[in-house]
Design a protein around this ligand. Structure first.
Ligand code: PMP
Ligand code: GLN
Length: 382
């Protein structure tokens, strides 16, 4: 007989991304649910991985990440955000952004520590806090522009507040933080021991000429931040599961204590390849225009449907509301659209701990134009 255990995450089921992707596969539906591109990544980059493997880069690399890659990432942080980042003490390469977030939370949280989380939230955040004994303090972003209610943030700070989690550009809403938001954040945390977890995996997927408000721009904020990135998003290879975290030397020292006994070191040939490919600046500087064009293409197509656009300014998602023509629960509608219409999306309530349903679906537009056309055609007749 299998011995019983008491679940550490009793209210958690299977992530919505797996649920909807599996349903999409079963139903042969066009998948605009889970976020991943359906167009190919750079062949130059895959060739560099191939070459690295053939050249013998097949053993463990440094536990903090390939030194050359960290050096190049520090240079990039300097060029893009004016940050003085020491690759020796402030950058750690991780197996993806999700792992970097989990590791940061594990590094700092003690039972009862409070973490301010804005909802809708990327679905790993709250379980990651809870499994580390933390208490998520949930604050709803203000519908429909999904801005942060700073007065409420101030009101919810307590002596137990350990961290504030931010995500810009934001998944699932596509909202982005402004300089005014940064000023609010700064005034709240200064002279406190509050840390920041800044999820910036979509740093290069930002539209409408808006500048990304990275914590790396602000030395006083970086000092108290874990800033998390994902190569999967930047180089169209979500399946590589490779990312990195930047922090202050003091915080990073502790982060590495956790990392070294969980992962130790990440995929070597891919780090070798990226360390070289990173000199191709167009590969990331061209992303805003490349994805904005897809967003606009998709938005235009969606005008033929009864859905109402909630404009996205970043990430590869755009949300659409439907409460004006149906009161069906968003999860039911997402399942029905997959089964009856052949298009998979993500119901927004999945990003709320208590399943708040504003009648909104999230669509991933990081797809070939033909995929987007095919998907929206499926909605005709709705
Ligand atoms: N944060 C957000 C907001 C994301 O959308 C993703 C993408 N899954 C991640 C973190 C994690 O990225 P990775 O696949 O590198 O773990
Ligand atoms: N970040 C992607 C999304 O939000 C998928 C991540 C995942 O499947 N875990 O859809």
């Amino acid at each position: 007989m299998t011995p019983m255990i008491t679940s550490k995450l009793p209210t958690v089921g299977t992530t919505i991304f797996t649920v909807m992707s599996q349903l999409a596969t079963e139903q042969g539906a066009v998948n605009l649910g889970q976020g991943f591109p359906d167009f190919p990544m750079s062949e130059a980059l895959t060739s560099l991985v191939d070459a690295a493997m053939k050249n013998g880069w097949n053993q463990y690399t440094h536990m903090n990440g390939l030194p050359l890659l960290r050096q190049r990432l520090a240079e990039k942080a300097g060029e893009l955000y004016g940050a003085a980042v020491d690759p020796e003490t402030q950058i750690t390469v991780t197996p993806g952004g999700t792992y970097a977030i989990y590791t940061a939370l594990t590094t700092v949280l003690r039972p009862g520590d409070e973490v301010i989380v804005f909802e809708p939230a990327y679905d790993s955040y709250i379980p990651n806090i809870e499994i580390n004994g933390g208490v998520p303090v949930l604050i709803s972003l203000q519908y429909p522009d999904y801005s942060i209610p700073w007065a409420e943030v101030r009101a919810r700070i307590t002596p137990r507040t350990r961290m504030i989690m931010i995500n810009t550009p934001h998944n699932p809403t596509g909202s982005v933080l402004s300089e005014a938001d940064i000023a609010e954040l700064r005034s709240i945390v200064q002279d406190t021991g509050i840390l920041i977890l800044s999820d910036e995996v979509y740093e290069h997927l930002i539209f409408d000429g808006i500048a990304h408000q990275s914590m790396l721009r602000y030395p006083d904020l970086l000092e108290r931040s874990f800033v998390c990135y994902s190569f999967g998003k930047t180089y169209h290879c979500t399946g590589w599961k490779l990312g990195y975290c930047i922090s202050s030397p003091t915080l990073m020292k502790e982060f590495r204590k956790v990392h070294q006994f969980n992962c130790f070191s990440c995929d070597t040939p891919k780090q070798v390849a990226i360390a070289e490919y990173i000199s191709n600046k167009e590969a990331y500087l061209g992303l805003p225009a490349f994805l904005q064009q897809k967003r606009d293409f998709f938005r235009e197509l969606m005008k033929a449907t009864p859905f109402r656009c909630i404009p996205s300014h970043g990430s590869y998602f755009e949300c659409y509301s439907y409460g004006h023509f149906s009161d069906e629960a968003d999860k039911d509608l997402a399942i029905r659209l997959t089964k009856e219409y052949g298009i998979a999306t993500i119901p927004m309530s999945a990003f709320y701990k208590h399943g708040e349903d504003n009648k909104v679906l999230r669509f991933c537009f990081a797809k070939k134009e033909e995929t987007l056309k095919k998907a929206v055609e499926k909605l005709s007749g709705l």
